[in-house]
Design a protein around this ligand. Structure first.
Ligand code: BES
Ligand code: ZN
Ligand code: ZN
Length: 469
């Protein structure tokens, strides 16, 4: 879907009417007859007048983005090519919600369909009173951010046979090239040489070599230095602690954290944010073979800490442990270090499939992240650490165990495990985002069609943009 931002009404096939009250509409009677109440997630198409009426209840991002999604779906189901949407105010937040709603809901992933429908060229004309520089900037920024989200969706949706650690590294290099930033990729030799035995062990049984990806965006006069670390499990079979068949399906999603980090750095560089950003991704495939790492193994991470493996399906934290150490060893004077991972099913059980769990040692920072997330149209909630859950990951034979001795609080015990690999000086600069719920949807919700959602990208850009404030 194309968007035109204009200030004069032009001829168009259709008209979109966003409404929260049908009382003053000339079509009131027929709309009433049709039972249209102008509520969220409702729409009616009147073919004679060629108008699409879409309901919304609040003027906030979510209501508006979901409302315009209804219109996009309707337009896409027709052969009409243009639609007008008149905005009664010059409000940039409203425009942002609508533009992002349009770009996010018109996403399709058809790469693997043998019969490809010809791509329809459809346009929505957004008509405002005056096309100001501010509104044009909103349009262009939202376009970039949603393009990044859709890039992440493409990566996540690509099947594991076609997207393995090397593919992820190659895509990362392309992303870096596109926005002129530095890319470094290391293989297993490097992992072994640099004592990253925890990450290395997870990928050992795969025929696809693990890759450690590091992109850096270093603008002049950067005000802050931020490291984004992502879990890039291109497939998670569970390893020897094999997942049951039904749970293995969709595990191509387990690279979502890594993909989100790549999408974020691309958008940040494209927007020219004044923040130095490093994206570190552990791209690994968790498989089974004769040389697989085993429950009972003890692994030594890059910081020297020993880990008792009791479940090979708790592999993401093992990869992140070494990636966190790598980031803190290689990148000096970090202001913030954030990690993103589809880490635990427990997080999905705890907060539902739409919400990201935010963990860390600094209350203020957690609060800020949750706020920035909500502002950007993503659900997030803070999950608090406590001393008792910390004890649950103690090991009898090593420094720490990769699973807890209780099934309760699984998202938090996973976060606490990661805390073991955050250096003392960075304890309050670190946040862990468990995106296991929102990263992937089986049945569409809002402006997210089936598949990868690109979760965390919009939140990240909003967070990064405001770090300097
Ligand atoms: N990748 C999974 C977590 C996951 C589950 C993500 C469902 C998205 C949807 C992770 O590696 C995993 O398997 N975690 C285990 C941990 C357990 C063994 C302590 C889990 O959540 O069951
Ligand atoms: Zn797993
Ligand atoms: Zn996993």
């Amino acid at each position: 879907m194309k968007i035109n931002l204009i200030d004069k009404k032009v001829e168009a096939d259709l008209e979109i009417v966003l409404t929260n009250n049908i009382k003053d509409l000339e079509e009131k009677e027929i709309l009433e007859q049709l039972g249209f109440e102008a509520k969220d997630e409702t729409s009616v198409f009147l073919p004679e007048s060629k108008k699409i009426f879409v309901g919304y209840e609040d003027e906030d991002y979510e209501s508006l983005a979901i409302a315009i999604t209804q219109a996009v779906k309707k337009i896409k189901s027709t052969k009409f090519t243009t639609a007008n949407l008149e905005l009664d105010c010059e409000c940039s937040s409203k425009l942002k919600a609508i533009v992002e709603g349009i770009y996010l809901s018109s996403y399709e992933f058809n790469t693997y369909k043998s019969k490809k429908e010809a791509k329809k060229k459809q346009t929505i004309n957004i008509i405002v009173k005056k096309v100001t520089k501010k509104l044009e900037d909103v349009l262009s920024e939202s376009k970039t951010v949603t393009k990044a989200v859709n890039k992440v969706r493409d990566m996540v949706n690509t099947p594991p046979a076609d997207f393995y650690p090397k593919t992820m590294a190659d895509v990362a290099k392309e992303i870096a090239k596109d926005v002129n930033i530095k890319a470094t990729v290391h293989g297993e030799k490097y992992l072994l040489k640099n004592k990253m035995n925890s990450m290395y062990s997870v990928g050992k049984a795969s025929t696809n070599e693990s890759k450690l990806i590091h992109l850096s965006y270093t603008p002049k006069n950067a005000k802050k230095k931020v490291v984004l670390v992502g879990k890039g499990l291109t497939y998670d079979s569970g390893g020897l602690s094999l997942k049951p068949a039904d749970f293995m399906v969709t595990m191509k999603l387990d690279k979502s954290g890594g993909c989100a980090v790549l999408g974020t750095i691309w958008a940040a560089a494209k927007l020219g944010l004044d923040v130095e950003i490093h994206a570190v991704v552990g791209a690994v495939e968790n498989m089974v073979a004769g040389n697989a790492y085993k429950p009972d193994d003890v692994l030594t991470a890059k910081n020297g800490k020993t880990i008792e493996v009791r479940n090979t399906d708790a592999e993401g934290r093992l990869v992140l442990a070494d990636c966190l150490c790598y980031a803190q060893d290689e990148i000096k004077d970090i202001d913030y270090i954030f990690d993103y991972a589809t880490l635990t099913g427990a997080c999905v059980v705890g907060v539902g499939q739409y919400t990201t769990g935010v963990m860390g040692n600094c209350e203020e920072l957690k609060k800020t992240a949750v706020k920035r997330s909500h502002e950007a149209g993503e659900y997030a909630t803070a999950l608090d650490f406590n001393r008792f859950l910390r004890k649950a990951i103690k090991s009898q034979i090593a420094d720490v165990c990769n699973i807890a001795n209780t099934r309760y609080g699984g998202a938090i015990t996973a976060g606490l495990f990661l805390d073991n690999f955050v250096y003392e000086e960075n304890k309050n600069k670190w946040l862990h985002f468990d995106i296991a719920g929102p990263a992937f949807v089986e049945s569409e919700w809002g402006y997210n069609p089936h598949g990868g959602t690109g979760a965390a990208v919009r939140m990240n850009i909003n967070l990064l943009k405001n770090l300097t404030k």
